[in-house]
Design a protein around this ligand. Structure first.
Ligand SMILES: [Zn+2]
Ligand SMILES: [Zn+2]
Length: 222
């Protein structure tokens, strides 16, 4: 609480707009964290805020403010929402001998360690569907730049199509008009740098979110 600095012992913080949201906006400089006691007191006219005048709050931790902003907004929609902290997650992870991995985070954060975990994880990656660079980086003779638009489809395949090559599932990371493609896993590891389109089978059309299914040991499932 930027007014009482904890004296009220109220542990619930609100975000207060110094100028109304309409005129002052949601920028960090216009936001103050106040405990609910002080916040109510201010709006009911019982207290005057002791915020050092002209002091810039820009340096107040952005996360410190935004966390409460997000939390309070969510809480209005879902009353059962509660807050947890990294040290709690870490503590329950170590106490229960759980590996440190992104795939274990949600499990530890949920706090329900009696839940049975499914033994597979989904690895997702966002990929742009089009190469949006308009020109090649280097100049041609005569000072012109070569257009960079590559064909949307080459031999029936698109960039980031999910395909099967020699019993391996992978994605198309690069195509040559000759029909030889660069095939990789989502993490970028190479399956084949120049595989003929004739030996590639389309499994799933490209989409903005690419999904790979893995076992908890990190081994790809197909
Ligand atoms: Zn307070
Ligand atoms: Zn307020």
């Amino acid at each position: 609480c930027q007014h009482c600095h904890g004296k009220s012992k109220d542990r619930v913080l609100n975000v207060h707009h110094k100028e109304s949201r309409k005129t002052g906006g949601d920028s960090p400089g216009n936001l103050v964290t106040l405990c609910e006691t002080c916040h109510k007191g201010y709006h009911e006219g019982r207290i005057q805020l002791k915020l050092t005048p002209n002091k810039s709050y820009r340096h107040a931790s952005f996360m410190g403010i935004m966390r409460w902003y997000v939390y309070n907004s969510l809480k209005e929609l879902y009353p059962e929402v509660s807050m947890t902290f990294g040290y709690i997650t870490k503590n329950s992870r170590i106490r229960n001998n759980i590996e440190k991995a992104h795939s274990a985070d949600a499990y530890c954060i949920s706090g329900n360690l009696n839940a049975k975990r499914i033994d597979e994880i989904y690895n997702q990656a966002f990929k742009r569907k089009h190469n949006r660079q308009i020109h090649k980086a280097n100049f041609l003779k005569g000072g012109r730049k070569k257009l960079n638009q590559s064909a949307y489809e080459v031999k029936g395949f698109r960039l980031f199509d999910h395909v099967r090559y020699m019993d391996e599932e992978c994605f198309i990371f690069g195509r040559r008009t000759s029909g030889y493609f660069d095939l990789r896993k989502l993490d970028g590891s190479v399956v084949h740098r120049s595989a003929s389109f004739k030996e590639i089978k389309l499994l799933k059309r490209q989409s903005t979110i690419l999904i790979e299914r893995k076992g908890c040991n990190g081994v790809l499932l197909s």
